[in-house]
Design a protein around this ligand. Structure first.
Ligand code: ADP
Length: 162
């Protein structure tokens, strides 16, 4: 059974991401949730904070490991022996970017296959951007994120960072 990797920014992790994690953890022996430390973007949460939140959210999933990485996802996949990339597809608007990414990863590392999971309808509108925006304007985000993430968002708002 191949090792799978679910890469992303997770800034912060939403219930939509967690749905993909739970479903793919049932499909593979091991799933690495890979948190991108992207120097080109200024995230709301540091990579350490994002890893900590995800680790807390996945603590009941023994075959899920949360790690951070820099640089190209395929290089991190090679390093961790992952051969499958899991990505979530929300709507047709995700498709263009995702197919380009899947082809690029395959061209860079032919052993890599990308598996797309269709989002659960319930979370098909949800994104980290929406969560950050809603929290910024003091909306209740408990529907979108777990309590630890909600608390972390509140702290950022209090610090004036969100
Ligand atoms: P990236 O910056 O790589 O797009 P994200 O953290 O936004 O990172 O998303 C990581 C993956 O999770 C992507 O494949 C994205 O399509 C998927 N995803 C994001 N939000 C949802 C959601 N609500 N339901 C299912 N998949 C999602």
């Amino acid at each position: 059974m191949p090792i799978a990797m679910y890469p992303g920014s997770f800034d912060p992790v939403t219930r939509g991401h967690l749905d993909i994690i739970r479903r793919s953890a049932r499909m593979f022996d091991k799933l690495i949730v890979a948190v991108l430390n992207n120097s080109a973007k200024t995230p709301l949460f540091t990579v350490e904070e994002r890893v900590e939140m995800l680790t807390e959210c996945c603590k009941d999933l023994p075959n899920v490991e949360v790690r951070s990485f820099n640089g190209l996802t395929v290089n991190f996949a090679r390093q961790t022996h992952a051969t499958v990339m899991v990505r979530g597809l929300r709507a047709v608007t995700d498709f263009e970017n995702e197919i380009q990414l899947a082809h690029t990863n395959h061209a860079l590392m032919p052993g890599i296959e990308t598996v797309f999971l269709a989002t659960s309808i319930k979370w098909s509108y949800l994104s980290s951007t929406i969560v950050r925006e809603a929290a910024h304007y003091n909306h209740d985000v408990s529907k979108f994120v777990t309590p630890n993430v909600e608390a972390a968002l509140k702290r950022k708002i209090e610090e004036g960072k969100a």
